[in-house]
Design a binder for this molecule. Structure first.
Ligand SMILES: Cc1cc2nc3c(=O)[nH]c(=O)nc-3n(C[C@H](O)[C@H](O)[C@H](O)COP(=O)(O)OP(=O)(O)OC[C@H]3O[C@@H](n4cnc5c(N)ncnc54)[C@H](O)[C@@H]3O)c2cc1C
Length: 606
């Protein structure tokens, strides 16, 4: 068997592909790879090789079918009815090997099933997959929660390593990283396997144990994908990014080795995993994150304020930002507002560490002022706080009649599995356009504030503008700022008070999903309007960065936008741990060496 593989390897040298097949020992590449093999290539592994891999991963090797394959085959089948019935359920999509949370992006990417997928159960399964991909020169792709807007967790003709089934969560009272004994003080922490979703951690850490872990806002996002993105949740203004809370990771690197990395072991790789982008440095199999004392209360302020004229709306925006600067620009307040073309300001702010009375007192002056302006009208405005421990307690929420969270409706689904109703629109959505920009906090000061207001107003004439205050770390406590600064995320994040997102799309458009044809001309016009709107904001901060996971697929200066001055360090770490570029994601670190699909090397390795 091994001899046959060796012969295949020799044949592959025609394509300048050569390796020494030593699997299952540590994988070793002897010459630079110039092209990955596809199922149509004669170097593609034969049935015996796949059978061997299947055995090595405990039988958990799948041949994924596209999400709507059943409907393409027979639109009346039960299997088609099942996928149609679940297509707005993020848990269901995440449970499918070919599932992607969004259904594609106009002129950018279309969901595609891998040729094979390892539904990994252990780090050893992952390592077996990595070694197999090296041995056979396969295009490897990694998927956790499947929430990549940019489509980086699916690729045709690839081998997928899928971590969904690895979802154990363990709490620690006194965690010390491997090799850090005696060097760092023990801390409270939580370890999650890579396929866990944030709701799994919030349930274990907050609902059950009464502590706090900094994760993502969307409860169905995967932990490893979010931490490697940097990662923001509603309360990041108080605790920093998710990456800033990483204490240790277990990761399988391109040589097939399972490593434990932290501040004392492979410190460079550890740093790269903190915001250097998912899928570029290795397969993370476990993360350990710091936990914090839980604030007593989490609060909210919501509703809409509409204006009858452009001038009243501009005045409202001005007044809101003065209010934000004076009362909300602090560790307590996060989440978002939306400034709409129809002169409506939507409030969906949340806070931590303020009680009901304090929340009401903060907002009352703004609400009182609105009442004095005849051209403004408030609808459904409310503000208050609740015990923090029940924030993610799905069962308690349901008992009190809250509709803020939607449960996974499938029979047998864990009762703890629910997602915010505000995220519903994004499930399965097809993206027309998307962009984001970090705005520096200096725009809140002096005359700059007026420039900010004018730019936001101008952008809002074109598209709805979302301001995510929790995704800019300026205004956070010094310790959270320092920990966030010690990550690979663009340092612009700690100078920014907000991440502005302008995005739009339409209902699901998965390949094979029966639906009316898309109006691509209208969709392209929509994308163009997003570009024009974001340009208004870039005038304020021409070099502003953009959040790697909520960004523009077509951003030509992605290295600078996502990582700023950290990019050269990340590039060096990539070259050290993955010299052959096994781990490829488009617009990920080192991806400039490869074609957009990750199959062809464009540069010579030096
Ligand atoms: C509906 C929605 C809501 C979102 N909400 C938020 C939010 O509140 N806050 C925020 O900061 N971001 C948010 N995001 C962005 C999200 O955090 C990132 O896209 C994140 O990378 C998704 O991780 P995932 O595991 O769910 O996705 P995947 O698509 O599985 O993975 C994303 C990337 O990480 C890589 N990856 C995944 N698992 C691993 C692993 N184990 N080892 C190595 N690489 C891996 C993949 O290869 C891919 O490149 C949201 C996205 C969506 C679609």
């Amino acid at each position: 068997m091994r001899r046959r593989n060796l012969l295949k390897g020799i044949a592959a040298s025609v394509l300048q592909i050569a390796f020494r097949p030593r699997w299952p020992l540590q994988a070793q590449v002897t010459r630079p790879i110039t092209r990955r093999v596809r199922p149509t290539d004669r170097q593609w592994p034969g049935p015996d090789s796949w059978a061997k891999l299947r055995a090595a991963v405990g039988g958990n090797l799948l041949e994924p079918q596209p999400l709507f394959a059943a409907c393409e085959k027979d639109a009346k089948s039960a299997a088609c009815a099942e996928v149609l019935g679940n297509i707005r359920n993020p848990f269901y999509i995440g449970d499918q090997p070919a599932g992607t949370e969004v259904s594609g992006w106009l002129d950018a990417w279309t969901p595609a099933a891998s040729a094979y997928a390892i539904a990994a159960r252990t780090a050893d399964d992952v390592a077996a997959g990595v070694r197999f991909a090296v041995e056979h020169n396969l295009r490897l792709v990694v998927k956790g929660g499947g929430h990549s807007y940019l489509g980086t967790s699916n690729a045709p003709d690839s081998l997928l390593i899928w971590t969904r089934a690895m979802n154990k969560v363990t709490l620690h009272d006194a965690f010390v990283g491997l090799g850090c004994e005696g060097r760092v003080a023990p801390v409270n922490a939580v370890t999650a396997e890579a396929g866990a979703m944030w709701i799994d951690l919030y349930h274990a850490v907050t609902t059950e144990a009464g502590r706090y872990v900094q994760g993502g806002g969307c409860t169905t996002v995967g932990v490893a994908g979010l931490v490697q993105s940097g990662g923001f949740g509603s309360f990041s203004k108080g605790f920093g990014t998710a990456a800033a809370g990483l204490l240790e990771a277990e990761v399988v690197t391109a040589n097939g080795k399972v490593r434990t990395v932290n501040a004392c072991n492979n410190e460079d790789l550890f740093w790269a995993l903190k915001g250097g982008g998912g899928g570029s440095f290795g397969v993370v199999t476990k993360v350990t994150l710091r936990t914090h004392p839980l604030p007593e209360f989490f609060g909210f302020a919501g509703g809409t304020i509409s204006a009858q004229s452009d001038s009243a709306f501009r005045e409202l925006i001005h007044r809101f930002f003065e209010f934000y600067r004076d009362k909300l620009f602090n560790p307590h307040w996060g989440e978002s507002i939306k400034i709409r073309p129809d002169n409506v300001l939507e409030l969906s702010m949340v806070c931590q560490g303020l009680n009901d009375g304090e929340v009401t007192r903060v907002w009352q002056p703004l609400f009182d002022w609105v009442k004095t302006v005849p051209e403004l009208k408030m609808t459904d405005v409310s503000a208050g706080a609740r015990p923090a421990r029940s924030w993610w307690d799905v069962v308690a929420r349901k008992k009190r009649g809250s509709r803020a969270m939607i449960s996974d409706p499938r029979p047998g689904a864990p009762v703890t599995h629910a997602y915010w109703s505000g995220d519903q629109d994004q499930v399965g959505a097809f993206v027309h356009g998307y962009d984001s920009v970090w705005l520096p906090a200096k725009l809140l000061q002096g005359n700059e504030l007026l420039r900010l207001v004018n730019a936001l107003f101008a952008a809002s004439r074109l598209k709805k503008v979302e301001l995510h205050f929790n995704k800019g770390i300026a205004g956070a406590p010094a310790e959270a700022v320092a920990r966030t600064r010690d990550t690979a995320t663009n340092p612009a994040v700690v100078d920014a008070f907000v991440l502005v997102i302008i995005a739009d799309g339409e209902r699901p458009s998965y390949p094979g999903l029966p639906r009316p044809a898309m109006d691509t001309t209208a969709a392209r016009n929509n994308a163009h309007k997003i570009d024009l709107a974001i340009t208004e904001l870039r005038k304020l901060a021409p070099d502003a960065g953009s959040y790697v996971s909520e960004s523009n697929y077509f951003n030509a200066s992605w290295q600078k936008a996502y990582w700023g001055k950290n990019y050269s360090r990340l590039r060096a770490i990539k070259a050290k741990y993955d010299p052959e570029g096994l781990f490829f994601v488009r617009h990920g670190v080192g991806s400039e060496d490869w074609s957009n699909d990750g199959f062809t090397r464009l540069t010579k390795r030096g």
